[in-house]
Design a protein around this ligand. Sequence first.
Ligand code: GLN
Length: 189
Amino acid sequence: MTIGVLAVQGAFAEHIKRLKELGIDSVELRKKDDLGKPFDGIILPGGESTVQGKLLKELDMFDTLKNMIKNEVPVLATCAGLILLAEKLENDSHTYFGTLPVTVKRNAYGRQLGSFFTEEDFKGIGKIPMTFIRAPYIESSSDDVDILAKENNHTIAVRYKNQLAMSFHPELDNDTRIHEYFVDMIKGC
Ligand code: GLN
């Protein structure tokens, strides 16, 4: 199995490190040609969604990636990645791929509480460490979206068909269970 990790901006190296710990190969998706290489799933890392969205358009990767996600290639999206997938942003007029039927609030925890660590239950896994960095959360979701985790009553992780998305950064904690969950999801797709 090989996983394509979007590597135009943000915390992609940390995802690659976690995959390596699980013995999973990865390929960095830096330019359009990379999207033609064989891979079984895609990781959209955290970072800055406006910058990522702009770079994806400039590098002419946007439409190809969007089609792959629509065609049910499994995706793990973290933080800015969740923003890229969201059908609607509550506090931003932009939308990007729009493949995930949720409304997301960017920088939802405000400046004061921009970054924090907690441990919460994740459906099907149990308690896991969660690092939030200027994180978004999910304000609402359509009925067929499976809610996988909440923090302080806010939805922070969901699954919809081939898309697994979360507000926090599983790649930054020393725990590979979210990546294992994604690998199992790929095997089941
Ligand atoms: N605040 C960032 C954004 O709006 C997301 C933060 C992150 O990915 N850690 O894109």
